[in-house]
Design a protein around this ligand. Structure first.
Ligand code: ADP
Length: 309
């Protein structure tokens, strides 16, 4: 028997087929943005079938499918439905999406083809991947964080991965840090973690993208450096809020912003955390996630991995 893994993101969708020896083939494409609301689910099935073709496997032999998906989700009688603004529109300031989707019936469409499907928020899947094979092995009280286009978290307390009522636990990028700020998140909030730090938002006021801001910040003392230092401080505050709330000590951080600049961001975030109550913060360790750009594929596989593999 074989396993399928799907990584459904706002920009790309990847499908992997695996057996007990590990991943066998992976196919990716830009995520569907038009057609019917079923388009994303149907594309996921098609890419999984393509991955099977590459590996010379009959798709009928896929036993289980694990899915790491961007959220947030809602649940109805058909299962998990995506309502993510990156795919359904609804971004503040308008969206350029060529669709009028309000909901993506992901679980229902996948289940028409595959009987056994497990869907988790992308940061929850990444947390499970990092606990199984990455930087959070052996940690029962830990947090995975992505610092990428957006900011997201996967939370584990006493060995229990937190899901919440709809599977949206960990959407703490929308925790408010400074509501008086004029930095606005795609969700509408002013001054939430994502508005103040995310790759999408960090250069917004200046019209520069994150990579340009960071390059300039590393080179000089100008406005870009102040912006990045401020973002690292806000990010440290977000980690502090979670350490204080959950009594967690181990953080693993991934996402392109951190993977490129963690060496510089880490001491700044750490300093912010350590300036607070030692009972909450002593022993907090910030690690870099170990699975890099494969965290979503591996996380998705971990959702359906048989214990004997
Ligand atoms: P995703 O957000 O789709 O999960 P990534 O983790 O790769 O994907 O994050 C991509 C984001 O990271 C980009 O939107 C950009 O804001 C930021 N980014 C990419 N490269 C760099 C870089 N060299 N320096 C700083 N930020 C970067």
């Amino acid at each position: 028997t074989y396993l399928g893994a799907l990584d459904i993101g706002g920009t790309k969708l990847a499908a992997t087929v695996a057996d007990a020896s590990g991943p066998l083939a992976r196919v990716a494409a830009p995520t569907a943005r038009s057609g019917s609301e079923r388009a994303v689910g149907e594309q996921a099935i098609e890419l999984l079938e393509q991955a099977c073709a590459v590996a010379h496997i009959d798709p009928g032999r896929i036993g289980k499918v694990g899915v790491s998906s961007c959220g947030p989700f809602i649940k109805d009688e058909s299962g998990i439905v995506l309502v993510t603004p990156n795919l359904c529109g609804g971004l503040v300031g308008g969206s350029d999406l060529p669709n009028d989707w309000t909901r993506i019936p992901l679980e229902a469409v996948l289940r028409e083809r595959f009987a056994d499907v497990v869907i988790r928020n992308d940061c929850v899947a990444a947390l499970i991947g990092e606990r199984s094979f990455g930087a959070l092995q052996g940690e029962d009280d830990c947090v995975y964080v992505t610092w990428s286009t957006g900011i997201g978290f996967g939370l584990c307390v006493n060995g229990h991965v937190l899901l919440g009522k709809h599977g949206n636990a960990g959407h703490a990028g929308h925790m408010l840090l400074d509501p008086s700020s004029d930095a606005q998140c795609g969700c509408g909030n002013f001054g939430d973690v994502e508005a103040l730090t995310s790759g999408r938002n960090i250069g917004r006021g200046s019209g520069q993208n994150a990579a340009t801001i960071f390059t300039a910040a590393r080179q000089g003392e100008g406005a870009e450096r102040a912006l990045v230092q401020q973002a690292a401080q806000w990010f440290g505050r977000a980690l502090y809020n979670l350490a204080a709330t959950l009594d967690t000590r181990a953080f693993a951080i991934g996402g392109s912003v951190w993977l490129h600049h963690g060496d510089w961001l880490k001491p700044l975030a750490q300093k912010e955390i350590e300036s607070r109550l030692p009972a909450v913060t002593s022993g907090v360790t910030i690690k870099t996630a170990a699975l890099g750009s494969f965290v979503a594929d591996i996380g998705a596989l971990c959702l359906v991995l048989p214990p004997e593999w």
